[in-house]
Each structure stands twice: as C-alpha cells, then as structure tokens.
Design a protein around this ligand. Structure first.
Ligand code: HEC
Ligand code: HEC
Length: 269
C-alpha cells in the first residue's frame, strides 16, 4: 500500500530523463516548425525564372549590385544590407520571438537591449549570448553584415544606430584622392571624429579592423605612411568602408581621425 503510493508520487530516474527529454523536444520541435515555415514561404516566392519577363525582372533586381561590383575593384564580395540579412537569417527567431528573442519592431523588447549600446549588441550578435547563436547561426555572414542586421532591427525598434556601409564606389571620394595630397592631420582634433565614426569597428577590432592603440596591429600599417593610410580611409580597403561608412564626413575630419588612429598606434605623422 505504502509502496504503491510512493511509486505514484516519486518520479523514478527513468521518468525524470523522459520528462527532461520531452522538455527539450518541445522547443526543438518549435524551431524546426518555424524553419520549415520560413523555407516553405521562401519556396512559394520562387516565381518561375524561365519566362522572359521573369528574367528581366531578375536582372532589374540585381542591377544595383551588379553595378556596384563593376565599380568597386576592392570589394571581395557584395555584402548584404541589414534588411537582407534580417530576412535571410534573423527573422526566423526575431519575428515570432522564438526562444525569447526580442521581437522585430517591438520597442518594449528592444528598449533595454538598445540601451546597452550598438557596440555591445554587435558583440553579442557576433559571439552569441544565451539562446542567441553566434551570427544568428550563419557563420558565412561577415562582421559588417551582422552589424548591419543589428542596426536594422534596433532601428526598427526606435534606435538610431548608423550601420556600417559598404566600401562604396564613392565617386567624390575617389576624385578627392586622385585630385591631390592628403589634408594635414591634427590628431588632437581627431579623437571626437574617431569616437563618432570609427570606434564602432576600431575600438573592438570588428571585421579585422586594427584596434585603436594596438601598436602590433598598427605597426605594419603605419609603415605605409600617412598619405597611404589616409587614401585607404578615404576610399575604403577590404573590410574598411570608405570614410568609415559616413559619406558625409569632411576630408579634414577624416584626416584628423586617421592622424589620431595613426599616432595612437605608434606612428608619426
Ligand atoms: C535561433 C534563433 C535566433 C536567430 C536565428 C537569431 N537570433 Fe538574435 N536572439 C535570439 C535570442 C533567443 C535572443 C535573446 C537572448 C537573451 O538575451 O537571452 C537574441 C538576442 C539578440 C540580440 C540582443 C542581444 C543583447 O545583448 O540584448 C541581438 C542584437 C540579436 N539577437 C541579433 C541577431 C541577428 C543580427 C541575427 C541574424 C544575423 C539574429 N539575432 C538571429 C535568437 C536568435
Ligand atoms: C565598419 C567597420 C569600420 C569602420 C566604421 C571604420 N573602419 Fe577603418 N578599418 C576597418 C577594417 C576592417 C580595416 C582593416 C582593413 C584591412 O586592411 O583589411 C580598417 C583599416 C583602417 C585603416 C588602415 C588602412 C591600411 O592601409 O592599413 C585606417 C587608417 C582606418 N581604418 C581608418 C579609419 C577611420 C579614420 C575611420 C573613421 C572615420 C574608420 N577607419 C572606420 C573597419 C572599419
């Protein structure tokens, strides 16, 4: 009598294992279903690609990218915009709020997270945090793409982060480089410019950016000389976007920021 009562109330180790597994299974099943849903939606959107009209539509759609590639010899690949990354990767969890992900466009969910600052959010998105997988689970995304997706989501919930732009074929910038010598740099005036425009990458070393004040990282770069560094900062090089992604930055301010980074990195102007 007492024996069977104990059996009913106390779980055996087997029962505990089964209930733990069942507990794990439910969220996994939920993720699986969400992924299936997204895949099936994407599948439905794959219109016929054979008809002439459809092919023309595709060409029109990719035209901006095709043009970008043609103009920008430095770009190793065309990086996706924040919205594109979001729609390809982040939406899976951030639209339904799966696993406790802050929901897209929900100010209540995002407010306290935005308050941590853009750099911290990028870091968490790159490295992962709790149920948030590193890079949203897509290891092929570049640091810049992740940073853009973070800005896209945060801005949709009220933040005003400025996403890093592509190393764009900025025509006026290129003309500036070809047109003359680099402006004189005043590192003392560069600190504020650096903090507003460059720190997002150069403070943390995102995307392989040489870290601020890291003499080992800057040593070989500084050897190229100020004029070359300025020209690379102006026009962009590999992961470094033209003018740090801020097309509106004046050349004098940019020069001051380069001078600041350079001297802090052990270089002499
Ligand atoms: C598999 C589901 C999943 C995917 C896919 C996903 N996230 Fe998340 N994300 C989460 C979860 C869950 C959290 C909440 C983590 C926590 O704070 O406990 C989160 C939180 C975040 C945060 C806030 C971090 C903080 O410090 O508060 C950012 C930023 C973020 N995700 C960016 C992204 C980006 C960018 C992508 C796409 C490249 C992405 N996520 C894709 C699940 C996901
Ligand atoms: C989106 C991230 C990002 C931002 C914002 C950014 N940088 Fe960079 N920067 C990089 C990366 C990545 C590299 C390394 C590129 C390489 O050599 O592969 C780099 C390299 C550089 C270099 C060295 C170039 C060379 O020839 O070695 C200079 C100088 C520089 N950045 C200046 C700046 C200045 C000034 C700003 C702000 C106005 C800025 N950066 C903003 C990512 C960034």
């Amino acid at each position: 009598m007492a024996d069977s009562h104990a059996k009913m109330t106390q779980a055996t180790p087997q029962e505990i294992i089964i209930s733990v597994l069942a507990g794990l299974f439910a969220p996994l099943l939920a993720i699986f279903l969400v992924v299936q849903l997204v895949l099936s939606i994407q599948h439905k959107h794959q219109a016929d690609t054979t008809s002439e009209a459809a092919q023309k539509a595709t060409l029109d759609r990719i035209k901006p990218f095709a043009t970008l590639v043609a103009l920008d010899a430095n770009a190793p690949k065309v990086e996706k915009s924040g919205q594109e990354v979001f729609e390809a990767v982040c939406t899976t969890c951030h639209t339904p709020g799966a696993l406790g992900a802050p929901k897209f466009g929900n100010k209540g969910d995002w407010g306290p997270r935005i308050a941590q600052g853009y750099e911290t959010l990028i870091k968490h998105a790159l490295e992962g945090i709790r149920q948030m997988p590193p890079r949203g689970g897509d290891g092929d995304l570049s640091d810049t793409e992740v940073a853009r997706a973070v800005a896209y989501m945060a801005d949709a919930a009220g933040a005003k982060f400025k996403a890093p732009e592509a190393a764009a074929p900025a025509a006026p910038a290129a003309a500036g480089a070809a047109g003359g010598a680099a402006p004189k740099a005043d590192p003392a005036k560069g600190k504020a410019v650096y903090e507003a425009n460059c720190a997002a990458c150069h403070a943390t070393g995102v995307a392989g950016a040489p870290k601020m004040g890291d003499k080992a990282a800057w040593g070989p770069r500084v050897k190229q000389g100020y004029a070359t560094l300025y020209s690379h900062a102006l026009n962009g090089i590999r992961g470094m976007p033209a003018k740090g992604g801020n097309a509106g930055l004046s050349e004098a301010d940019l020069a001051n920021a380069v001078g600041y980074l350079m001297t802090q990195g052990g270089g002499k102007l």
